[in-house]
Structure formats: C-alpha cells, structure tokens
Design a protein around this ligand. Structure first.
Ligand SMILES: [Zn+2]
Length: 134
C-alpha cells in the first residue's frame, strides 16, 4: 500500500472513530478524558474499541470498500476501441467481445490483467492483496 493512500486512510479512520477512555468507559471528543484527564485513549467505533488506527482502517475497508468489477470495466474499454460491436460471419451476427472471450480466453485474460496493472499504476483502482481483489 502506498504511503499517500495510507495517510488518507488514517485521516478517514480518525474521523470515523472517536477517542475513547477505556478506564472510564466513555467517549472523549476533545482527545482528553473529562473524568480522569488521561490522553492515553483508545479509538472507538460502533463495533468496538481498541488502541491504534489500523484496525479502524481494516473495519472501514471491510465494510465500505466496493470491489471493482474489472471484468466489466475491461469489457467497456475494449468495446470503446472497437469499430463495430458486432461481427457478421455469413448470415450470423455475433457480439464482438463475447466471441473474443470465447475464441481465445487466454489472450483475453492476459489483456485484462495488463489493463488492471495500468489502471492500478494510474491510481484508478487499488489492490490490497497483490491483485487478488481490487
Ligand atoms: Zn478516563
């Protein structure tokens, strides 16, 4: 994960969660506990409380992240480069993208993974597990 993204996620996580004093078991919006004066505070979310922001980031990612449908996005981008979306052979018309996929699925897969790599390097999609999901 690049550091720019990481710092954005940390800001998001600290806005999403609230400082929480575990000894007094209360939220401390000011960052210091009103009751005991401690600034050694946990972060709390609707799902629990714990020290640090990493777990808050994970919670946000698990709950709020929308997986990108790269198959669909790639199809769209291929379609936009085609002169015609249908191919006619004899009296039959075929959807160009569908027959591309069916006739040479390996070539399709390779081109799709190149597309994902480019999208990732341009920052349009982000992978948190080396490409298993985006
Ligand atoms: Zn306290």
């Amino acid at each position: 994960m690049n550091s720019d993204l990481k710092s954005k996620l940390e800001i998001l996580a600290s806005n999403y969660s609230k400082p929480f004093c575990y000894s007094c078991y209360q939220v401390c919006p000011t960052g210091r506990c009103q009751s005991c004066g401690s600034d050694d505070l946990m972060r709390s979310t609707p799902n629990g409380c714990e020290y640090g922001l990493d777990w808050v980031i994970n919670e946000i990612l698990n709950e709020k992240l929308v997986p990108v449908n790269t198959e669909e996005a790639f199809e769209e981008s291929v379609r936009s480069t085609l002169e015609k979306e249908t191919v006619t052979i004899g009296w039959m018309s075929f959807d160009a993208v569908t027959i591309m996929k069916e006739l040479d699925p390996i070539s399709w897969k390779i081109a799709k993974s190149e597309y994902e790599t480019i999208e990732e390097s341009e920052g349009n999609i982000v992978s948190f597990d080396n490409g298993s999901t985006y």
